[in-house]
Design a protein around this ligand. Structure first.
Ligand code: NAD
Length: 470
């Protein structure tokens, strides 16, 4: 018999209104039944979070730090079962799941060490001006299916440290590991401080519109991000939106093709390309174009794709059927608009598998270059001048990340300074961390997560202006 999962509402593990089946994307078999919350239960979670927050806001930073570290301890004690479940529902290789679970614990510990002390912006004969950072209230953290556990780290630790309470809502195709997390935290956090509710993709609007929710920290697609903004607008709620991306990599003419290709390959295909900040289009100088494409092709053809629970698998399946169909659509576009250099991209079913695929001789007009494919299919585009590459890289509605690859740090820094993105990496991509702010540009989002700036986004700035002339 499969394990029974529960929602975590007001410190209690409870059944949902009904259940939905969660599939393993490598086998298409049912992993378990997932309880989904009713609208009444979602409201109960908000009310519980509201009551718990009022008490939590009065706790000291040391008390909050202890809770964050106790959560991290519990995650580490249960890392094996969390990682196995994550692989079963998400598809990623077990090593990647172990890393993701460990990364959440690491993030909790790192963020527990941050602080937002009172700042003094003026201390003159006339006045003393203090800036305090106060909690907002109830924070709703909405998570997508690509990093169901890891992305909790962008929401939970910062919200709790700054005195807020939290409702976590996982994506409807990957809720089980989050529900298990709720179960293992039931006796670690005060009732109502952290609530976990799953849905059938139908509670997002209610939660984001709810008058007792102060802030929404949302990670997901740009299309859904727009809906969140709309639902949050009547209450003028605080928002952090981490949305889609179409990160370019610009490969200059002085690279060692083998080294550059190894980096590009890693940061394009990890998690089978299902990462907001993956390299999604590579602009390669004509002088090294053939050599880089050949190296990428070799790496793609050597890749081991399969069920993430099996040893030696580098890349798991696409997470769900809808995304798999989208990926197949981009594969057809790649064949139509460019030349696929890698072998047969599809594995025989069951499972939603697509092997790492390289598409060459394609240009910016193709939807595979212009849109976010979110799949292991990388278009490699030739360019002649740096000016041209920068212009083409910047001509996107997205502005999440970008990278420059060169043996010259000066040349790379110059190109990096001209790229329109919230993060630009040099000779790497995707290097993120709990103390590194993530600030999406253009339609890739709003606000900041992580680091001190990220903490401030969970707070209301409160100015206390004291006259000294009495
Ligand atoms: P999605 O937008 O379909 O779903 C994300 C979450 O939003 C899910 O939990 C879903 O149930 C919920 N949701 C659905 N409708 C809602 C509504 N009306 N209001 C509130 N919430 C609602 O995204 P996805 O397909 O699960 O994830 C893939 C996308 O996420 C990609 O575009 C990717 O680039 C993006 N992403 C961004 C980041 C980042 O940090 N910028 C990180 C990971 C993924």
């Amino acid at each position: 018999m499969t394990k029974k999962y529960s929602l975590l509402i007001n410190g209690k593990l409870v059944d949902g209104a009904r259940t939905i089946d969660i599939l393993n994307p490598a086998t298409e078999a049912v992993v378990a039944a997932c309880p989904v919350a009713s609208p009444q239960q979602a409201d109960e979670a908000v009310q519980a979070a509201k009551a718990a927050q009022q008490v939590w806001a009065r706790t000291s930073i040391d008390e909050r730090r202890q809770v964050l570290n106790a959560i991290a301890d519990r995650i580490e004690q249960n890392s094996d079962s969390l990682a196995r479940l994550l692989t079963a529902e998400q598809g990623k290789p077990l090593g990647d799941s172990n890393f993701e679970v460990g990364y959440l614990a690491y993030t909790l510990r790192q963020i527990s060490q941050l602080n937002l002390p009172v700042e003094v912006s003026e201390d003159s004969d006339r006045r003393r001006v203090e800036i305090h950072y106060r909690p907002l209230g109830v924070v709703v953290g909405i998570i997508p299916w690509n990093f169901p556990i890891g992305l909790i780290g962008n929401k939970l630790p910062g919200a709790l440290l700054t005195g807020n309470s939290v409702i976590i809502k996982p994506a409807p195709t990957t809720p089980l590991s989050t529900l298990l997390l709720g179960e293992i935290l039931v006796d670690v956090v005060p009732p109502g401080l952290v609530n976990v509710i799953a849905d059938a993709n139908d509670l997002g609007e209610q939660l984001t519109r709810h008058p007792d929710v102060a802030k929404i920290s949302f990670t997901g697609s740009t299309a859904t991000g727009r809906k969140v903004m709309e639902a949050a607008s009547p209450g003028l709620k605080r928002l952090t939106l981490e949305l889609g991306g179409n990160d370019p990599a610009i490969v200059l003419d002085d690279v060692d093709p083998k080294t550059a290709a190894a980096g590009i390959f890693q940061y394009s295909f990890v998690n089978s390309g299902q990462i907001c900040v993956a390299i999604k289009r590579a602009y390669v100088h004509t002088g090294v174009y053939d050599a880089v494409v050949d190296e990428l092709t070799t790496l793609a053809n050597q890749a081991t794709v399969g069920d993430g629970s099996q040893q030696g698998v580098q890349f798991g399946p696409i997470q769900n059927q809808r995304q798999y169909e989208k990926a197949l659509h981009y594969l057809e576009i790649g064949k139509r608009d460019g030349r696929v250099t890698t072998g047969d991209p599809e594995l025989k079913g069951p499972g939603y598998f697509i092997k790492p695929t390289i598409v060459r001789d394609i240009d910016d007009a193709s939807p595979l270059v212009k849109e976010e494919q979110f799949a292991p299919i990388l278009p490699v585009i030739r360019y002649e001048t740096e000016e041209d590459a920068i212009e083409r890289a910047n001509s996107s509605e997205f502005g999440l990340g970008a990278s420059v690859w060169s043996r010259s740090s000066d040349r790379a820094a110059d190109v990096a300074s001209r790229l329109d993105a919230g993060t630009v990496w040099i000779n790497q991509h995707l290097d993120l961390g709990p103390t590194i702010p993530l600030a999406p540009g253009k339609q890739s989002g709003l606000g900041v997560e992580m680091g001190i700036e990220g903490l401030k986004h969970f707070c209301q700035m409160k100015v206390i202006n004291i006259s000294k002339q009495v």
